[in-house]
Design a protein. Structure first.
Lengths: 252, 343
């Protein structure tokens, strides 16, 4: 079966530093792959290369067999690469609802309409509200983003990716900084997407219990290189991960 | 839905009524010309706000597009093609040219850093100014162009034999209402634009360009389109200015003074609201026209008092205008509209 997403020898150098070093991986429909590794292993950089925020120094990215290495980020997003960011990345002075509405509008491709008031497209607004209900943020819809707690901003970030209805979901530490009772809402959502069977999920995550619960497959990056790839149980137990994660525990 | 502050609504209604009935409330050539200028600068400042306030683009070439419109109708009219067809062709042609040039500048330079874009617009605007002064055969050089208007706009024209409410229905009145209704239509179109899905994306780009890209919006397309639209609207404002003055020259349309005025209007009124720059335009135009007479009155009233009369001598009006602007920007950094929003 053709992989939905594939990277071949994907590499980026910053000066002399090789942040992602010839990573070749294929991701299939209906799978959830966790990408783990210590801080600075190149996980977020690898995501940025896939979703187009960074341009690769070498190697290629393929989406449904099509080479997208040279495409800018917006065109990759339109082709079905959904991205949620590790550091919250929203429209701070706009309302919660407007943030999601903009994502719905992007998904519907009606951005270049100049005359009809956006508020009259109630279909878009209703869809945005539905996504906010999904992440349990509907009660904050009229608040500005800056009034939200950190955890709620993370949920909004997830709602915006859901609203794009992508083929590939890329979560970058979706539960980082969330309080204990907020975490399950997001994890249940990710699990539900993975269980639908027609989507591809990539998840950068530090918490091993989350990885064990959600992932079908775990890949390990270390100093930009792919060092392990396999079933969660075996990878987590492997020596290299133990070593890498001892490093993380010491830092955290 | 955002609610408008009642004071803001009141100010806007006041402005609208004052402009709609200006020839009847404030009869006289000078006051009607001032009202025309307010209408024209509302359009110009609001179109600049689409760039600065909604999209976060800092351009110094906006007066150039204003001049495109002014010269666009002045050149055919001065060449002896006097008629509404000349005005229409000049308007559409210059608006299209303004949109094209603006889009070209945007495509070439919006990819780079914002500061660099601002510098490029400044260079292009200076280039246009030099061009206007050098191409004497076409533009009249430093002297500019004077021209006749279509018959219906000439002071001698009578729309109705009888005066309406004591005001003669002459070409000036027709000209004023032409300006008023074109400005109103432009303002309404811009309001529609910023409330449209397109306008919402512009605000998203201003807030977080990186995120807008990640959602799938090609920001270069949006920013280019926005600057093309703003340029076309500025050209229409330029047409109205040319028709009002019956004269076009580099200093009245292309100078950096005009650019400074636009910036002041947008900043004083409050960026990113369209209504703010509209109010700002009224404030700045009125200050230009009435501060001097007001100071003359103050000067006369204070005659005999030591020092004070000299302080408010009409010759010092620019000093006071400058002081006023500095104070406004210092105490109301978000402009009129922004200050009313905070409650």
């Amino acid at each position: 079966m053709q992989p939905v997403l594939e990277t071949r020898d994907l590499t980026i150098r910053f000066g002399g530093q090789v942040a992602v070093d010839a990573v070749s991986l294929a991701f299939h429909k209906g799978t959830l792959t966790a990408i783990v590794g210590p801080n600075g292993a190149g996980k977020t950089t690898y995501f940025n290369l896939i979703s187009g925020q960074l341009r690769a120094s070498a190697g290629d990215v393929f989406l449904r067999g099509e080479r997208i290495t040279g495409l800018p980020a917006p065109l990759r997003a339109r082709r079905g690469l959904g991205r949620a960011f590790q550091l919250t990345n929203l429209f701070p002075d706009l309302s919660v609802l407007e943030n999601v509405r903009l994502a719905v509008q992007a998904q519907s491709g009606v951005g270049l309409q100049f005359f009809q008031p956006a508020d009259r497209r109630t279909d878009l607004i209703d869809r945005a509200r539905a996504w906010l209900e999904e992440v349990k943020l509907i009660h904050r819809q009229h608040d500005p983003v800056t009034a939200l707690s950190h955890g709620d901003q993370r949920k909004l970030e997830v709602a915006m990716m859901l609203a794009l209805e992508p083929e590939v979901f890329m979560f970058d530490e979706p539960t980082a900084g969330m309080s204990v009772d907020e975490v399950p809402v997001v994890l249940d959502l990710i699990e539900a997407i993975a269980q639908r069977g027609d989507k591809t999920v990539l998840l950068v995550e530090h918490k091993m219990d989350v990885v064990r619960r959600l992932a079908h497959r775990v890949v390990v990056l270390h100093q930009g290189k792919l060092v392990a790839d396999g079933e969660p149980a075996e990878v987590v137990a492997s020596a290299i991960v133990q070593e890498a994660y001892l490093g993380i525990r010491a830092k955290a | 839905m955002k609610r408008q502050h009642p004071v803001l609504t009141a100010l806007l209604v006041l402005l609208f009524v004052a402009l709609a009935a200006a020839p009847f409330i404030f009869p006289g050539t000078k006051s009607v010309a001032t009202a025309s200028r307010v209408c024209i600068f509302i359009v110009l400042a609001a179109s600049y706000d689409i760039l600065l306030g909604y999209t976060g683009i800092v351009s110094f070439a906006h007066t150039m597009f204003f001049a495109f419109g002014a010269y666009g109708v002045a050149i055919p009219l001065a060449a002896g093609w006097v008629g509404w067809d000349a005005v229409l062709v000049g308007t559409l042609g210059s608006a299209a040219l303004a949109a094209a040039v603006s889009a070209a500048i945007a495509l070439l330079s919006l990819r780079v850093q914002r500061l660099f874009f601002s510098m490029i617009t400044m260079a292009v605007a200076s280039f246009a100014q030099i061009l206007a002064t050098q191409l004497r055969e076409i533009t009249g050089g430093e002297d500019g162009l004077t021209f006749s208007l279509p018959a219906a706009l000439q002071p001698g024209f009578r729309l109705l034999a009888e005066p309406i409410f004591g005001v003669r229905a002459d070409g000036r009145l027709v000209g004023y209402y032409l300006t008023f209704f074109v400005a109103l239509a432009m303002f309404w179109l811009m309001r529609r634009l910023v409330a449209s899905p397109f306008g919402r994306v512009l605000q998203a780009i201003r807030e977080n360009e990186f995120r807008a890209e990640a959602l799938g919006y090609r920001t270069i397309v949006y920013r280019t389109t926005a600057s093309a639209i703003a340029a076309a609207v500025a050209a229409v404002a330029g047409v109205l200015m040319a028709l009002l003055l019956r004269y076009v020259g580099p200093s009245s349309t292309l100078s950096f003074d005009v650019m400074t005025d636009i910036l002041l209007m947008v900043v004083i009124g409050g960026m990113g609201s369209l209504t703010g720059p509209a109010l700002g335009a009224a404030v700045v135009v009125l200050a230009h026209y009435y501060l001097q007479p007001l100071m003359q009155a103050g000067h006369d009233a204070l005659a005999g008092v030591p020092v004070l009369p000299n302080l408010v001598h009409p010759d010092r009006w620019l000093l006071w205008l400058g002081t006023l602007f500095v104070l406004i920007v210092y105490f109301f950094p978000a402009g009129i509209v922004g200050s009313l929003k905070r409650r």
